[in-house]
Design a binder for this molecule. Structure first.
Ligand SMILES: *[C@@H]1O[C@H](CO)[C@@H](O)[C@H](O)[C@H]1NC(C)=O
Length: 330
């Protein structure tokens, strides 16, 4: 008798239950006509106010009120003299869900700010399908320009803009990549982007990969869900070989400028997207870029939301090393 390999990780049942509920909520909020039931989602997407607790001070900074573009600034209060790197963070949620003040993502940024330590800037970019491509990329890039040129109130003097990293999970990892491409073609005054931290970045294409087929019904992500997200974010009528999705695919020119920085990419064994993420790393390598891939065999899509998992602590250590390495190379 042959046994099929497992298609889901071994998880504590409270965590499994939480994932089940989260999947149910996100699925119910997605309407079959391609729109989102925002009032329904609001009930479950709890928000955190800016605060000064647990050794991290947070403030919200407005960039452009006409499109409600703002970011949440996380400053660890445990160190006051050492210069800290700056991480510009893009939250996940399929380009469609959550915001910079969602409790789930504010927790991730708070923990990163404290543990690395680093100054974290979490971008509240506009969401699809109300705002499709390229709104999120433009919002991200405009925040970089704002941080570079405006001496805004509350920006700590210990922030080292010469050591800037773009980070994101899932759809946020896709945004980090594309914003890095835009940043590489721009002359900043002080800012220097020296690394990309891609946590299970969301890439894809028309082709179905082996991991997508094998893991097509996992919690949080299924093929039906990823297809829906792309449809919500892509320009109307476009397919998944658009270069925003299939970065090194048949329609991409795959030319990355000399200023495109080094990357670290986190991949999980039970993530249906893992084959696309591996191809992304191969594409970066072929383009002559420095890239480190870290794989956690027992992790699933979204593992980084759960600090109780050992992979979370491992990730923090890897990111720390990556930041040190790229900083030393300056
Ligand atoms: C979260 O952000 C939205 C604006 O994007 C705002 O309306 C809401 O008041 C914020 N909530 C908290 C608790 O900060």
């Amino acid at each position: 008798m042959t046994r099929n390999p497992p298609t889901s990780p071994d998880l504590p049942c409270t965590l499994r239950f939480f994932l089940f509920i989260l999947t149910f909520v996100l699925n119910t909020a997605r309407r079959s006509n391609g729109t989102v039931n925002r009032p329904f989602l609001k009930v479950f997407d709890s928000k955190a106010s800016p605060s000064n607790k647990r050794d991290v001070k947070t403030t919200d900074v407005m960039v452009d009120p006409s499109r409600n573009l703002w970011f949440r600034l996380f400053v660890p209060t445990t160190t006051t003299t050492t210069k800290l790197p700056v991480i510009i963070y893009f939250h996940g949620g399929g380009f469609v869900f959550f915001s910079a003040n969602s409790t789930l993502f504010e927790g991730i940024c708070r923990r990163l700010a404290l543990k690395l330590p680093a100054i974290v800037i979490s971008v509240n970019y506009r969401l699809a399908p109300e705002y499709r491509y390229p709104s999120a990329f433009e919002d991200g890039f405009d925040v970089l320009k704002f941080v570079d040129t405006e001496n805004f109130e509350g920006f700590p003097s210990i922030a080292d803009l010469g050591r800037c990293f773009l980070a994101g999970d899932s759809a946020g990892g896709n945004i980090a990549h594309h914003v890095a491409v835009m940043a590489g073609e721009h002359e900043f005054l002080k800012m220097k982007v020296i690394g990309i931290i891609g946590i299970q970045p969301f890439f894809g294409g028309e082709e179905r990969t082996e991991s997508e087929t094998k893991l097509k019904n996992t919690l949080i992500l299924s093929l039906e869900i990823t297809d829906w997200y792309w449809k919500a974010f892509l320009p109307v009528g476009e397919d998944r070989d658009h270069p925003l999705v299939n970065v090194f695919g048949p329609r991409s020119d795959a030319v990355l400028g000399i200023n495109f920085p080094a990357s670290i990419v986190f991949v999980a064994g039970f993530d249906p997207l893992k084959d696309w993420q591996k191809r992304y790393c191969e594409g970066l390598k072929k383009a002559g870029k420095e890239v480190y891939m870290v794989e956690y065999p027992n992790a699933f899509h979204g593992f980084y939301c759960f600090p109780q998992l050992k992979e979370w602590s491992l990730l923090v250590e890897e990111v720390k090393d990556f930041i040190e390495k790229q900083s030393a190379a300056q």
